[in-house]
Write a protein that binds this ligand. Structure first.
Ligand code: HEM
Ligand code: MG
Length: 334
């Protein structure tokens, strides 16, 4: 299958979501759901296929239409999703775990796809409402963790309104918790950026643009029911990579954290320019997500498979090229 991305949306203003073509329906027993509350919500409303198996283009279309996620950013992360844990030849990824519609590549050259629930490629440690993989299934929503987050809303929010301080404090708290209780913690620059980026997504993309605010009730609806709230309007302008980077920097400012990984003795070793070239620059995120993370054997493929590999690599590069990053290639294990 040839990879096809949709055209960017023509209208990028606010809009009531869902429209009448996308009613909520609870997932059935064979429908896949995973670690991303937004993709789960999109599938529960049929913006993504309700079985939770989607192409990169479908993810771009759905997240643009329903959340006003910036086009270049969504092309890059959707490309990363299929490259890292989908079937590249079929252009399909499960938003949860393994599914028969997303089989291994011929010759299993990169193992089994795993889906977005697979630990270590896209999914990673220090999530806000999911366990670290060493402690349990990292795809499953944890009500106890969410209760903790709500305590931070009580303490740092503005009444019922969720503010950036809530996430600045909560993210720092769970980072310290995982430093203490995860003996195999891995938190490289790319994952660290995504962790804070996901908090920025909550603040900016779960917010109702009609009222301007993210309420505790609406946030709960997204996390617990994975359903759009009543009278909810998507963001008034697209959320682009520069907006995400600014949100990440603002959340990290009050409590700077260092990317790194626990060694065999359980000591947290911070990354250095030796372990992570381009450390501390936007190209470092690109490096981390691609070079050690995606299987190097994918470059040795041929035909349509190789064409799709190249399309996804282009999809990632276009996001980082404007920052002067060199084009990078996967060197990771299968
Ligand atoms: C988490 C994928 C878009 C909100 C995740 C995770 C994955 C993922 C794999 C798990 C990471 C982890 O915490 O270990 C994707 C992909 C997207 C996408 C492929 C493609 C466009 C979005 C959008 C939003 C969003 C548009 C918000 C509207 C979140 C949040 C989390 C998350 C809040 C963190 C959950 C937590 O830490 O408990 N996403 N996502 N994502 N995603 Fe998405
Ligand atoms: Mg996680």
């Amino acid at each position: 299958v040839k990879v096809k991305f949709p055209e960017p949306q023509q209208y990028t203003g606010p809009m009531k979501i869902p429209d009448r073509h996308h009613p909520y329906k609870a997932p059935g027993p064979n429908d896949k759901r995973g670690p991303c509350p937004a993709l789960n919500t999109l599938a529960n409303h049929g913006y993504l296929p309700r079985n939770g198996i989607a192409s990169a283009g479908e993810i771009v279309q759905a997240s643009g239409e329903a959340f006003n996620l910036g086009y270049n950013f969504s092309v890059a992360v959707s490309s990363l999703a299929v490259l890292s844990c989908g079937n590249i030849l079929l252009d399909k990824v499960s938003i949860g775990g393994e599914h028969r519609l997303v089989p291994a590549l011929p010759g299993k050259i990169d193992g089994t796809p795993g889906g977005l629930s697979k630990h270590g490629r896209f999914e990673g440690d220090v999530s806000m409402t999911r366990l670290d993989a060493v402690h349990g299934d990292p795809a499953v929503f944890q009500p106890e963790m969410y209760k903790d987050l709500l305590k931070f809303v009580d303490q740092y929010g503005d009444g019922d309104i969720v503010t950036p301080e809530v996430f600045a404090e909560y993210r720092f708290k769970i980072y310290n918790d995982r430093l203490n209780d995860n003996p195999v913690l891995t938190w490289h620059q790319g994952r660290l950026g995504f962790s804070y980026g996901e908090a920025g997504f909550i603040l900016n993309l779960f917010r109702n643009s009609e009222t301007g605010n993210l309420t505790r009730q609406d946030m709960t609806q997204f996390f617990v029911e994975e359903r759009f709230p009543e009278n909810w309007y998507r963001k008034e302008t697209p959320f682009e990579f520069d907006d995400i980077r600014m949100a990440v920097d603002a959340l990290e400012e009050s409590h700077p954290v260092r990317p790194g990984k626990k060694d065999v003795n359980g000591m947290y070793v911070v990354d250095t320019p030796e372990t992570s070239p381009f450390l501390g620059t936007v190209c470092g995120t690109y490096y981390d997500l691609l070079v050690p993370n995606i299987a190097g054997v994918l470059l040795e493929t041929k035909g349509q498979l190789k064409k799709n590999v190249d399309t996804y690599l282009d999809g990632m590069f276009q996001l980082f090229e404007p920052y002067g990053c060199p084009r990078l290639y996967p060197e990771g294990p299968a």
